[in-house]
Design a binder for this molecule. Structure first.
Ligand code: DC
Length: 230
């Protein structure tokens, strides 16, 4: 069976990661969470007190960073930074508040994009992020742009944070989301854009199961198209 690259880009907290993960599991593809990679870099910079304006320190730090994904016994994908599982730490609000600044650095993006291309070279991947269809895999067979109403995204994010013990007001979460959307969409380096050949999914009124199903149907259609063109 032909395998393709599925690039899912879109705003923060509209369900990209859960959808990408679910679709990858159903299709037998590998899921790659590129946001987790930028979050892991942010955690490392935080731990080592790397100033974002100190270019040589940033470059040296990038050399010292190794990011991998492992799967635990329940099938959950874990982000591993230099041998240590950081999956829970990178989801905390202090990382969310800093990650947009870190991911706006050209040197950081260059390194992450190179690693992401390597991870996807054999196809059969679902990769989610902000620049997957535009920069990392501009030739991806299926490009999806996901979005949802900001209030709904903030509600979902607040519930997620609460489940992890981070108690945040709705306004605070909404502000963080809007700030991240703004930085992600207006930065100089690979801003979040909706590429013309992307198919849009608005998840405001959709369940996770419906989102996964939609991505799988889109993927099957692309594979069929490729088979009939061959
Ligand atoms: O998807 P996420 O919320 O975990 O991503 C965290 C941050 O990383 C987000 O604010 C933007 C950045 N990011 C990026 O710039 N490029 C990507 N491919 C993925 C994420």
């Amino acid at each position: 069976m032909t395998k393709i690259i599925i690039a899912i880009d879109g705003h923060s907290s509209c369900g990209k990661s859960s959808t990408a993960k679910g679709a990858a599991a159903k299709l037998g593809y590998t899921y790659i969470d590129t946001g987790a990679m930028y979050r892991a870099v942010t955690l490392y910079f935080h731990q080592k007190h790397i100033s974002l304006t100190n270019e040589s320190k940033v470059l040296k730090a990038l050399d010292d960073i190794n990011i991998e994904f492992r799967t635990d016994k329940n099938g959950k994908s874990l982000t591993v930074l230099n041998g240590v599982t950081v999956e829970d730490e990178i989801r905390k609000l202090y990382i969310a508040n800093k990650v947009s600044q870190v991911s706006a650095l050209g040197a950081v993006r260059k390194e992450m994009v190179a690693q992401q291309r390597k991870m996807g070279q054999k196809k059969g991947v679902v990769m989610d992020g902000r620049d997957i269809g535009s920069v990392v895999f501009p030739d991806a067979e299926l490009k999806i742009f996901m979005t949802a109403d900001p209030d709904i995204r903030a509600q979902r994010r607040q519930a997620e944070l609460m489940a992890k013990g981070d108690l945040m007001s709705f306004e605070e979460v909404l502000e963080n989301l809007k700030k991240r959307d703004h930085i992600d969409s207006t930065r100089k380096e690979s801003p979040l854009i909706q590429v013309p050949d992307a198919q849009v999914i608005d998840t405001s009124d959709m369940t996770l199961e419906e989102q996964i199903e939609m991505v799988c149907i889109m993927a099957e259609n692309e594979v069929k198209k490729l088979a009939s063109a061959a």
